[in-house]
Design a binder for this molecule. Structure first.
Ligand SMILES: NC(=O)c1ccc[n+]([C@@H]2O[C@H](COP(=O)([O-])OP(=O)(O)OC[C@H]3O[C@@H](n4cnc5c(N)ncnc54)[C@H](O)[C@@H]3O)[C@@H](O)[C@H]2O)c1
Ligand SMILES: [Zn+2]
Length: 375
């Protein structure tokens, strides 16, 4: 059983196939693209698990297959790994008509996608997302790139994939913590724009975690939701910013924890950020206090942190209002000195709020941190 979501970008349309076993269709799809060589980019962890399974049918179909592997983790989104990957792909003699394949989580997808964007001024690429976060979020929409010493994702390009195969079978080897982190992005989609989906998640979250049919459904709905937004606003001039719900707060938490995965990983920062966005929306008078409580209960039920108080071993800076505000001001989404917030008028009713007064943010943060100290 699989589902296909079509991303209808004019001139760059592609399919996202989601479900058990969709990876087995890879060789036939590459043939359809008329490529002769395939350059696979992966990380050591995912490569160790799935590289052979991917390569073998490609070779059997008469394709020339090469691969390059980077260390697992965010540090691989660097200039040095990009250089190594590009050189490896060139050594494989990948030509303009060939394809790069990204096999891994969001790190590999962003890095390989960017390599494909700049290799010979652009070759096609296929995303084989293996983390839940990559399946529901990073593999779709064409944002690719690496980090700079000055910040995350500051070097990159828009380069849409030619195909995405999100095989739910590979999620079996993903850690529960990484799975939950990806789930936070699913919840984000529902919260920002789809009331029915939010209710679906409240009803089926346990099935999604245990791997039932609801899992594929939740992934497909998230992809369709993101795909719609990307088609409306590929380059994030407007609506695409809605996908940043929870991210202005979340990003500040990531910066202040120095991206230390022992303290928190991206999806966990987003989880807390979703609660903060709901609480801040309440603080500004847009929603009842109940919404924040409802999201908190949902997150905790699946084992995600919901407030700063839920984090273990976080640096003190994380509980300092000035540090938090400072970190928010470094965000990419700051315009004319004011951070952009995605706020809620209700479930499924996110909106972009520009020019929110910093004093309002400050009083809200003092309130949230006060609560964190009490509990
Ligand atoms: N391009 C976009 O639109 C976009 C959107 C959101 C996030 N991102 C980026 O995505 C990255 C985060 O992605 P991520 O959370 O997938 O991190 P990741 O790629 O580091 O993967 C997390 C960990 O899980 C492992 N892993 C992945 N799939 C596995 C599997 N099936 N079995 C066992 N282990 C597996 C990886 O080796 C890694 O150690 C960040 O760099 C972020 O900036 C990009
Ligand atoms: Zn995110």
């Amino acid at each position: 059983m699989h589902q296909t979501v079509h991303i209808a970008l004019p001139g760059r349309a592609y399919d996202v196939r989601i479900g058990s076993g969709v990876l087995s269709g890879l060789a036939a799809e590459v043939k359809l693209l008329r490529a002769k060589s395939v350059g696979i980019v992966t990380d050591h962890q995912v490569g160790g698990l799935y590289l052979e399974q991917i390569c073998e049918p490609l070779r059997a179909a008469g394709l020339i297959v090469g691969s390059v592997s980077v260390p697992a983790g965010e540090a691989s989104k660097s200039f040095s790994e990009l250089e190594r990957v590009c050189d490896a792909l060139l050594e494989m003699r990948l030509e303009r008509g060939d394809v790069v394949v990204a096999l891994g989580g969001g790190v590999v997808g962003d890095l390989a996608g960017f390599a494909a964007a700049i290799l010979r001024r652009g070759v096609r690429f296929i995303q084989l997302p293996t983390s839940l976060l990559a399946q529901v979020d990073s593999s779709v929409g064409g944002k690719t790139g690496i980090n700079s010493a000055l910040g995350k994702n500051l070097i990159g390009a828009f380069h849409q994939p030619s195909l995405v195969l999100a095989d739910t079978d590979v999620l079996a080897t993903l850690s529960r913590r990484e799975f939950a982190a990806g789930y936070a992005e699913i919840l984000k989609c529902a919260l920002v724009g789809d009331t029915d989906f939010f209710e679906f998640l409240e009803n089926y979250r346990d099935h999604i975690f245990s791997g039932g049919a609801a899992r594929g459904e939740a992934i497909a709905r998230s992809v369709a939701f993101k795909g719609d937004i990307v088609v409306r606003d590929e380059k994030e001039q407007g609506d695409r910013a809605l996908l940043n719900l929870g991210h202005t707060f979340g990003h500040a938490l990531e910066v202040l924890s120095h991206y230390d995965s022992r303290v928190l990983i991206h999806g966990e920062a987003v989880a807390i950020g979703l609660v903060m966005a709901a609480e801040f929306s309440h603080h500004l008078g847009y929603v009842d206090a109940e919404l924040g409580q409802r999201i908190k209960a949902h997150l905790r039920a699946v084992g995600l942190p919901a407030t700063l108080a839920d984090l273990k071993g976080a640096p003190r800076d994380l509980y300092n209002v000035d540090q938090l505000l400072g970190a928010m001001m470094q965000d990419k989404k700051v315009q004319d000195g004011a951070p952009t917030f995605i706020l809620l008028k209700g479930i499924g009713q996110g909106f972009v709020a520009r020019g929110v007064e910093l004093d309002r943010v400050r009083t809200y943060l003092m309130h949230h941190i006060g609560q964190a100290h009490e509990s």
